[in-house]
Design a protein. Structure first.
Length: 255
């Protein structure tokens, strides 16, 4: 089985089952992620976790598939890349937080996929590699944009031009990984993070995701306006009513 969705009631886990090829991208994985992003529209869903059934989160594109694509025209190859980019857009547009639970590592488009998520939990031995250059290829799926937001220009250039792996601890120090855990515990750690998110205000979390995402590309005046509008709307909502009441009554909110 190359991919599947596990529905746990308040969260979805997307399993990349292509363990034989170190979690290389497959059409089935594309479909599973896209389906999960659609299911996440349901109010009961509070988080989505992307993980792998094997010992490696995702090795990116299958080079054997890329060899076959050499026979296509350039417009046809653009269409294939667009399909991957649509997947990244769907993750970015998800109404609930998306967490990458990374065992082993993420390389090439697998790294792009992990960085498209809102948070990354990684095992201590995980490696993150912008491996494209080693195959004479260039980054896609938003990798250059993600790295530019996270890292200094020299570090982003080093990752992309040299294709050398960055260990999880170093990536965490650079601000790209949220939590480091023992090997084999990435999903468990991601589940605990999802538990915390599930106890929070779903609508407010979704709005926060949108505000933070657009802040990287919006000037300060427009961002202030966006925050003003979002805050004015949130303050009149049911979540704010419960949250404020719980704070004043010194109890846990029931969102």
């Amino acid at each position: 089985m190359s991919a599947r969705i596990e529905d746990q009631g308040d969260r979805l886990i997307v399993w990349n089952g292509n363990a034989v090829k170190r979690g290389a991208l497959t059409p089935a994985l594309y479909d599973a992620i896209a389906d999960a992003m659609t299911l996440a529209q349901e109010p009961r869903i509070r988080a989505v976790i992307l993980t792998s059934e094997g010992r490696f989160f995702c090795a990116g594109g299958d080079l054997n598939v890329l060899i076959e694509r050499r026979k296509m025209t350039e417009p046809e190859r653009r269409e294939r890349v667009d399909a991957l980019h649509d997947l990244v857009r769907a993750i970015r547009a998800c109404p609930v937080p998306v967490i990458a639970a990374v065992e082993g590592g993420a390389a090439g488009a697998g790294l792009s996929l992990a960085l498209a998520c809102d948070m990354i939990v990684a095992c201590e031995d995980a490696q993150f590699t912008a491996a494209y250059v080693k195959a004479g290829l260039v980054p896609d799926a938003g990798l250059t944009a993600s790295l530019a937001r996270l890292l200094s220009r020299p570090l982003a250039m080093e990752m992309c031009l040299l294709g050398r792996p960055v260990m999880a601890m170093r990536f965490a120090e650079l601000g790209a990984v949220n939590r480091i855990c023992p090997n084999g515990k990435a999903l468990e750690e991601a589940q605990m993070l999802a538990d915390t998110l599930a106890a929070g205000p779903r609508v407010a979390q979704g709005t926060i995701r949108q505000l933070v995402a657009q802040a990287y590309e919006t000037d300060e005046a427009d961002q202030l306006n966006a925050e003003r509008n979002a805050m004015a709307h949130a303050a009149g909502g049911d979540e704010a009513a419960e949250g404020i009441a719980a704070f004043l009554e010194k109890r846990k909110p029931r969102f």
